[in-house]
Design a protein around this ligand. Structure first.
Ligand code: ZN
Length: 176
């Protein structure tokens, strides 16, 4: 959900979101170590991360002010496993802004409600950010490989560092 921004960003498809996340992983996550740390990836783009005390229904968001690096915030009441996908989702919004729309240094704010992060709308920024986050944090190839070996929600949740519900959504998305 966009709170305050100058113009509507141009949106790529979910397939393009997945391709973008894949390329970023190849460039910035050299090992196949899991779980993937979105903060380490964000650091390459000069993104700062912070946990804040915010409303219960808020998962996270972005604060970007012209002249300053982007700041991604997450709800400090959420578990680390939830933070991981929230950070991935916000990195997806940043990718849309900075790479797709070439807005390297504009001012904008996003605030994402918890409910937004599980939607799979096809052609909007939220659908893009969710597809981006899923591929970034649970890369298809590694995910399928581990699922074949384990077939266990709890193990998968611990390997990828996300909630069991996130694992279930990813399985459904990949048709597994
Ligand atoms: Zn969002």
């Amino acid at each position: 959900m966009s709170l305050k921004n100058n113009k509507k960003p141009k949106i790529f498809s979910q397939d393009e979101a997945r391709a973008a996340a894949k390329a970023i992983l190849q460039a910035y996550w050299k090992s196949s170590d899991l779980p993937i740390d979105p903060e380490e990836i964000g650091a390459y783009f000069n993104v700062r991360f912070v946990e804040i005390d915010t409303d219960d229904d808020v998962a996270g968001g972005i604060y970007k002010k012209s002249g300053y690096p982007p700041l991604i915030f997450v709800n400090d009441r959420d578990h680390t496993s939830e933070h991981r996908l929230t950070k991935g989702h916000e990195l997806g919004h940043l990718y849309l802004r900075q790479v797709v729309n070439n807005e390297r240094d504009s001012t904008y704010e996003y605030m994402d409600l918890r409910a937004t992060l599980i939607r799979d709308d096809v052609n909007n920024a939220e659908g893009f950010a969710n597809a981006f986050a899923n591929e970034l944090i649970m890369p298809q190839e590694l995910f399928e490989q581990h699922w074949k070996q384990n077939k266990d929600f709890f193990k998968m949740s611990s390997i990828f560092g996300v909630s069991i519900n996130a694992i279930k959504r990813r399985l459904e998305e990949l048709g597994l």
